[in-house]
Design a protein around this ligand. Structure first.
Ligand code: AMP
Ligand code: ZN
Length: 472
C-alpha cells in the first residue's frame, strides 16, 4: 500500500484510509491571478500521483481542491499586514474586474491540468462562492473562544487558545517573535488591534478603499483570510477526518499551521491525518517565482514544439520530496525518451500479445508505494525497454498497464502507421563529432555542432546516459 512522507510526523507513513475503501484528499489549489507556472504544476502533480496509486489499489478517491479567488495577499505575509489581494492588484494591472481575472486564470489552470494529464478535482469549490461556510466556521470559533473581534473590527484567531500550535512546521508560539511571522510596521498589540502578535485575521474589515470581493457579514463588510478558506472548504466537503492534505512546501507555515489550528479548534478533532508537501521547483538553478521573473509556463514548453507530457515525464524522473532544478536540456531529454517509448510501443503493439511481466509491474507499483519513488519506477521501465529476455508483446502490455500510474499517453501512437525516425543526410556524422567533442570536453565545439544539427532539424539533448536526438 501507499506510503508517504508526513510533514507532521517527519516520517514515512502508511496511508490507510479512515473509511475502508475510500481515500479523501484535500489539495490546496491555485491562486487564480496569473498563469500557473510549471513549479505550481509540479506540486499539483503530487495529488494526481496519489490519486492514481490509490485508485490502482482499488480505493475510491475523492479529491477536493479549492480555487483561491480572494484573500491571498500579495506578499504572503498575512492578511492584516502590508500587501494587496493578489486578484485585486492583477485586476488593476490588467484593467479588468476581479472576477474576470479570477475566471480567466482558473480556465487557463484547468487547461494546463488537462495538458499534463492531471485528473481534475472531484470538487473544486471557489473561495468567493464559499463565504457562508467561512462565516459559519468563524462564528463557531468565536463561540468556542478561539477567535475574537479585534480593536479594528476584524476577527482574529487566538493563537494561544490552542496548545499544539506549530505541530507541522515546528514553529512554536513562544519562538515566534513579532516580526518573524509578518513584517510589522506597527505593534498590533500596542495598537489594540489584536491581543497577541501571532494571532491572525480570519475576517478582515474592508475599509473604504476596497470595493470588490467584499461581503456583508455579522462583522461588517469585509473579506476572508486565505487560511480560513481552506479550513471551511475542506471540512465542509470532506468532513472532520481527511486522510491526506497536500500542498507545496512553502504552505507548511503559516498557511497549513493556521489551517490546522482553525479546523481542529472548530471541530474538536484532529482533522487532517497526513500532511504531505511537495518540494519546490527551481529553474536554471533559481527559485521559480513571479516576483523574480524566473518563471516557466507550460505554454513556453509547448511553444518550443515539446509535448507537455515530456514535462510530466521529466517531473517523474525526480522525487516530489526533493528540490528539483529544471533545465531545457532535461525537458528535451525527457521528450526524446517519450517519443522513443511511444514509437516502440506502437511497434510492439504489432507483435503477438503476451501477458504482463508481473515482476516489472510489481516492482514499479512498489516504487510508487514507497513514497512515490517515481525515479526508480522510470529506471525499472528503462531496463524493461532493453530487456531482451521479455517478449515484446509482454513489454507492450506492461508499459500500457503502468501508464495508468505514469499518465504519459504511451499508447497514443498505437494503430498509427509506424515510421521510424530517420536522420537527415549528414546528421549522423555531426552527432558522432559532437559526442567526441563532449567526450573531449570541448563545449564550444559541442554547442556549434548542436546548432548545425538544429539547422538540419535534429534536436539533441544531453542526459546522464549521453546524447539523444529527435526530429524537430
Ligand atoms: P499559488 O497559486 O501561489 O497559491 O500556489 C499554488 C501551489 O504551488 C502551492 O501549493 C504552492 O506551494 C506551490 N508552489 C509555489 N511555488 C512553487 C515552486 N517554485 N515549485 C513548486 N511548487 C510551488
Ligand atoms: Zn490551502
Amino acid at each position: 500500500m501507499l506510503h508517504l512522507t508526513d510533514t507532521r510526523t517527519r516520517g514515512v507513513e502508511l496511508i490507510e484510509p479512515s473509511t475502508p475503501g475510500e481515500l479523501s484528499v484535500y489539495a490546496c489549489g491555485p491562486t487564480v491571478y496569473r498563469f500557473a507556472h510549471v513549479g505550481n504544476l509540479r506540486t499539483f502533480l503530487l495529488t494526481d500521483l496519489i490519486r492514481r496509486v490509490a485508485t490502482l489499489h482499488g480505493l475510491r478517491v475523492t479529491v477536493v481542491q479549492n480555487i483561491t479567488d480572494v484573500g491571498h495577499m500579495a506578499d504572503d505575509r498575512g492578511l492584516e499586514e502590508a500587501g494587496e489581494d493578489k486578484i485585486l492588484s492583477q485586476a488593476r494591472e490588467e484593467n479588468r474586474s476581479a472576477l474576470d481575472i479570477a475566471r480567466f486564470y482558473e480556465a487557463a489552470y484547468l487547461a494546463d491540468l488537462e495538458r499534463l494529464n492531471i485528473v481534475p478535482a472531484d470538487v473544486a469549490p471557489r473561495a468567493s462562492e464559499s463565504i457562508d461556510l467561512m462565516v459559519e466556521l468563524i462564528q463557531t470559533l468565536v463561540d468556542k473562544s478561539h477567535a475574537y473581534v479585534g480593536g479594528d473590527g476584524s476577527v482574529y484567531f487566538d493563537a494561544r487558545s490552542i496548545d499544539n500550535y506549530g505541530a507541522i512546521s515546528g514553529n512554536k508560539l513562544d519562538a515566534l517573535k513579532p516580526g518573524t511571522r509578518f513584517a510589522i510596521e506597527e505593534d498590533p498589540q500596542a495598537s489594540g488591534r489584536k491581543r497577541f502578535h501571532a494571532d491572525w485575521a480570519l475576517w478582515k474589515v474592508a475599509g473604504d478603499t476596497r470595493t470588490q470581493l467584499v461581503w456583508d457579514t455579522p462583522w461588517g463588510v469585509g473579506f476572508p483570510g486565505w487560511h480560513v478558506e481552506c479550513s471551511a472548504m475542506s471540512v465542509h466537503h470532506l468532513g472532520t477526518t481527511i486522510d491526506v492534505h497536500t500542498g507545496g512546501i512553502d504552505l507548511r507555515f503559516p498557511h497549513h499551521e493556521d489551517e490546522k489550528a482553525q479546523s481542529d479548534a472548530a471541530t474538536g478533532t484532529e482533522v487532517v491525518r497526513h500532511w504531505v508537501h511537495a518540494e519546490h521547483l527551481l529553474f536554471d538553478g533559481r527559485k521559480m517565482a513571479k516576483s523574480t521573473g524566473n518563471v516557466l509556463l507550460l505554454q513556453d514548453v509547448i511553444d518550443r514544439g515539446i509535448d507537455p507530457l515530456a514535462l510530466r515525464l521529466c517531473f517523474l524522473e525526480h522525487n516530489y520530496r526533493q528540490q528539483m532544478n529544471l533545465t531545457w536540456n532535461a525537458i528535451e531529454s525527457a521528450a526524446t525518451t517519450l517519443k522513443r517509448w511511444r514509437l516502440k510501443i506502437a511497434q510492439w503493439a504489432e507483435e503477438p500479445s503476451a501477458p504482463i511481466d508481473e515482476t516489472t509491474k510489481n516492482a514499479v507499483v512498489a516504487a510508487f508505494d514507497d513514497d512515490l519513488d517515481t525515479p526508480k519506477a522510470i529506471q525499472i521501465l528503462r531496463r524493461l525497454e532493453k530487456d531482451e529476455s521479455v517478449s515484446t508483446g509482454s513489454v507492450f502490455e506492461t508499459f500500457v498497464y503502468l501508464d495508468r500510474l505514469l499518465g504519459l499517453d504511451l499508447a497514443r501512437d498505437v494503430g498509427k502507421p509506424v515510421v521510424a525516425q530517420q536522420l537527415p543526410a549528414g546528421a549522423q556524422a555531426l552527432l558522432d563529432a559532437r559526442e567526441q567533442a563532449r567526450a573531449d570536453k570541448q563545449w564550444a565545439a559541442s554547442d556549434q555542432l548542436r546548432d548545425e544539427l538544429a539547422a538540419l532539424g535534429v534536436v539533441v539533448a544531453d542526459s546522464k546516459e549521453g546524447q539523444t536526438w529527435s526530429l524537430a
